[in-house]
Design a protein around this ligand. Structure first.
Ligand code: SF4
Length: 262
């Protein structure tokens, strides 16, 4: 419970105790089962003739909405807002999880058998994602030796920038990890690390045409080993082109053509 909620609940209990010495037992009606349930010390109850009964959800809903209308006079953000009692379970679940409680513990507290039910209760806001991830990074960094987090030297920084310059290749960009050399002998057209730039599709057509001519020549000369290599390159080229064309048809924003080598 937050301090404000604790104070509100304590006030309700104090009011009952000052009038009755305890929280009186009250009936409650289950509108779904259409039965009266056993009497319990409900905090939110009222006298109805000679008996006491729990305030029903419809009344809670009406009073909440009356409060929203009254608040809207000074707080325009409440204008037109409608609450249901069940919304407070959602607010509670969101508050628990966003305060760092693991979602499976939240599920147990709310009495959910499936964590998916709890997931549906929790509102996830973009700034919470950023904040939680930042907190996670800070915790991880606290556990690492501090010397790992020194500022890089100018030589290291130049090497870092140079790596990204080197990842620009004729047909697009190379996705190999930082500080790793090209392990594929710069045969980019066959390489899974290559991300083809859409602007280079016409260049692929030229390469394909050249490969087809070389294949015809290799065939005429009986260079069977050469044919196998060319066929493999053609397979990669066509597959890469197909993937890029599919990405374009799905609405991927086109990028500028790769920088041409001087
Ligand atoms: S062959 Fe692959 S790893 Fe090497 S530069 Fe080309 S895309 Fe990068």
């Amino acid at each position: 419970m937050s301090a404000e909620l604790f104070h509100a609940v304590a006030q309700v209990i104090k009011r009952h105790r000052s009038q009755h010495g305890t929280v009186p037992l009250a009936h409650s009606y289950d509108p779904h089962e259409r039965i009266w349930k056993i009497s319990l010390p409900f905090l939110f109850q009222r006298r109805n003739g000679l008996t006491r009964s729990a305030i029903n959800p419809a009344t809670v809903r009406r009073r909440l909405n009356e409060r929203c209308e009254a608040l809207a006079v000074t707080h325009p953000e409440f204008e037109g807002v409608r609450f249901a009692p069940h919304d407070f379970r959602r607010l509670f679940a969101t508050d628990l999880v966003n305060s760092g409680l693991p979602i499976h513990i939240g599920a147990a507290l709310l009495g959910h058998l499936s964590i998916e039910t709890t997931r549906g209760y929790v509102a996830v806001f973009d700034d919470d994602i950023v904040r939680h991830y930042q907190e996670f990074l800070d915790r991880r960094r606290d556990q690492r030796p501090t010397e790992e987090y020194r500022d890089p030297t100018s030589t290291e920084w130049s090497e870092f920038e140079e790596h990204f310059d080197k990842r620009e290749v004729e047909l697009g960009s190379c996705g190999r990890p930082y500080a790793t050399p090209c392990a594929h002998e710069h045969a980019c057209i066959r390489c899974p690390m290559l991300t083809l730039k859409p602007g280079m599709l016409p260049r692929l057509d030229e390469i394909e045409e050249d490969l087809v001519q070389r294949r015809q020549q290799a065939n005429a000369q009986g260079w069977h080993g050469e044919i196998e290599g060319i066929d493999l390159t053609l397979t990669f080229l066509r597959s890469n082109r197909g993937q890029t064309q599919r990405a374009i048809s799905l609405g991927m924003p086109s990028t500028a053509p790769a920088r041409q080598k001087a």
